[in-house]
Structures are given as C-alpha cells and as structure tokens.
Design a protein around this ligand. Structure first.
Ligand SMILES: Nc1ncnc2c1ncn2[C@@H]1O[C@H](COP(=O)(O)OP(=O)(O)OP(=O)(O)O)[C@@H](O)[C@H]1O
Ligand SMILES: [Mg+2]
Length: 263
C-alpha cells in the first residue's frame, strides 16, 4: 500500500531545545492516524514539520512521494496537496462563508468563479453548513466555523488532511458535530493525520494511534492496543490522566465519558 506520508528520523530544535528527537512513522493511503500525547510533547511541531510551517533540523518528510525536505522542492506546490485544520479557525471575518471557501481556490488554484463557487457549495453541504453560505463567520457557532474551515481545506482537493486539536477550542456540545464530519471524511477514504485528545474518536476512527512523549514516539499501533492495552508505563500514565483527570486510578469511566483534559 502506498505511503501518503513517510517521516524518517525527524528532528527539530528551537535553539538549545530539542523538541523532536528522531520521529519515524508512515501514514497509508486512506488511513487515519491519530497522534496523542501530553502537552509539550511535540505534536503540533510534528504537524508543522509535515506542512513545512517549520523547517526540520534533520531527517526527511515525504508526502505523496515528494520529499518536502529536499531543498529544491517547490514548497508551494507541495503544500497545496495538504489541507490543514487548526484549533483556531482562522476564517476571514469580513467575508461570507462562501467567499471564505472560495478565496484560496481562486487565488492559489486559479479556479474560475463558477467552479470555485460550485465546489465551495458542495463542500459546505458535506460538512452540514450549506445554509450558512451568506453568513459571516462571527455570526456562526464555533462548531459551525470549524466545519467551514474543514470545507475550505477540502475545497482544495488535498491528498492529506492534517488536524491539530480541531475540537479543543469548542464548547463541549459542539464537539460532536465536528467529530462526525471527520468520521464521515474518514469513511469516504480521506487520508488524515489528527492530533487529538478525543480518545473515543481515536479508538473508533483511527487505523493507528501514535503516542508521543518528550519528542519521541513511545508506542504506536492499532487503537485497541495503544489505547486499549498500552505496553508502556508512560502511555498508561497519560491515558489515565486524559480519561479521568480528576480521579486517575480509581474506577475510571470508559473513554466514551472522557472529558476534555485540562490544558
Ligand atoms: N517556535 C518555537 N520556538 C521555541 N520553542 C517552541 C516553538 N514551538 C514550540 N516550541 C516548544 O516545543 C515544545 C513542543 O511544543 P508543541 O507545541 O509541539 O507541543 P504539543 O505536543 O503540540 O503540546 P500541546 O498539547 O500543548 O498543544 C514545547 O516545549 C514548546 O514550548
Ligand atoms: Mg499542540
């Protein structure tokens, strides 16, 4: 099976601080890989190295067979194959929802107005906010705004979607709508790399889970193993905290009941 993402011996330092200390893993076509791990373990830095918002200090990152870390690579062309969804939605507040989903299609992909609008509407439909085309982002709930941000990324026809804690800024009652859009994308065969604290989502949707701590991959494998039966003490300690931050250890509830961890 083709690897959409291939990361080899990836290191990243900020000055003296080595944040990524040799990361290796792959994401296969159509797979969902969830990255979990404590705050500061380097999860966002890893995603930012995959889309070259950060320059790795050492190692290689390949996406769709193109080595992004090759100094001669066309960075803009390579980045165009990636959709990125962050914790904050970064929509333009003075543009309508429809315009927000059209603008990069027009400017970056040079699509005509008619095509861009049709594709925008299709993707807004897919994420369930088609009725908000003419609204402005500040008039939408956080969950609706995040779904617009997902539609905006999808409209660029990415080979890979990167998500960095897409639900952690949302009120709890809005998290479900965003996760169900992500579930649907996964079912439709989108290749996804997702940093998340939503253990029930990871358990249900991920093909593989990567647990990071201190800039290394401590363990990875199918969710039933990494979340259900972790081999390493560090993974167990982390999961206990995430699944039940207040009563770690005593009669912890199932992952379905997991509250958002304190951050
Ligand atoms: N631009 C930067 N300059 C200096 N240090 C940075 C920079 N970006 C990240 N770091 C440091 O790198 C480490 C890892 O940060 P990162 O944001 O990747 O962690 P994370 O796993 O995403 O954490 P969280 O779960 O809180 O989002 C932290 O110690 C952070 O302070
Ligand atoms: Mg982060």
């Amino acid at each position: 099976m083709a690897h959409v993402v291939e990361i080899k011996d990836l290191h990243k330092s900020f000055g003296e601080l080595e944040v990524l200390k040799g990361i290796d893993f792959t994401v296969d076509q159509g797979h969902v890989v969830c990255i979990i791990g404590p705050s500061g373990s380097g999860k966002s830095t890893l995603l930012r190295c995959v889309n070259l918002l950060e320059q790795p200090s050492k190692g290689t990152v390949r996406v769709g067979g193109v080595e992004l870390t090759d100094p001669d690579v066309d960075i803009d062309a390579a980045r165009r194959r990636l959709g990125m969804v962050f914790q904050s939605f970064n929509l333009f507040p003075h543009m309508t929802v429809l315009q927000n989903v059209m603008i990069a299609q027009r400017r970056v992909l040079k699509r005509g107005k008619g095509d861009a609008e049709r594709i925008a509407r299709e993707n807004l439909e897919k994420v369930g906010v088609a009725d908000k085309c003419d609204a402005f982002p500040p008039q939408l709930s956080g969950g609706q705004q995040q779904r617009v941000a997902i539609a905006r990324a999808l409209a660029m026809d990415p080979d890979l979607m990167l998500f960095d804690e897409p639900t952690s800024a949302l009120d709890p009652e809005l998290v479900g709508d965003v996760l169900s859009v992500m579930r649907k994308l996964a079912r439709d065969g989108m290749t996804m790399l997702v940093v998340t604290h939503e253990m029930s989502f990871a358990r249900e949707v991920a093909d593989r889970v990567v647990f990071m701590d201190g800039g290394v991959v401590v363990e990875e494998g199918p969710p039933a193993q990494v979340i259900g039966a972790p081999r390493h003490e560090r993974t167990r300690t982390f999961l206990k905290r995430v699944l039940d931050p207040t009563h770690a250890g005593d009669d912890a509830p199932g992952p379905e009941d997991a509250p958002e961890p304190a951050r």
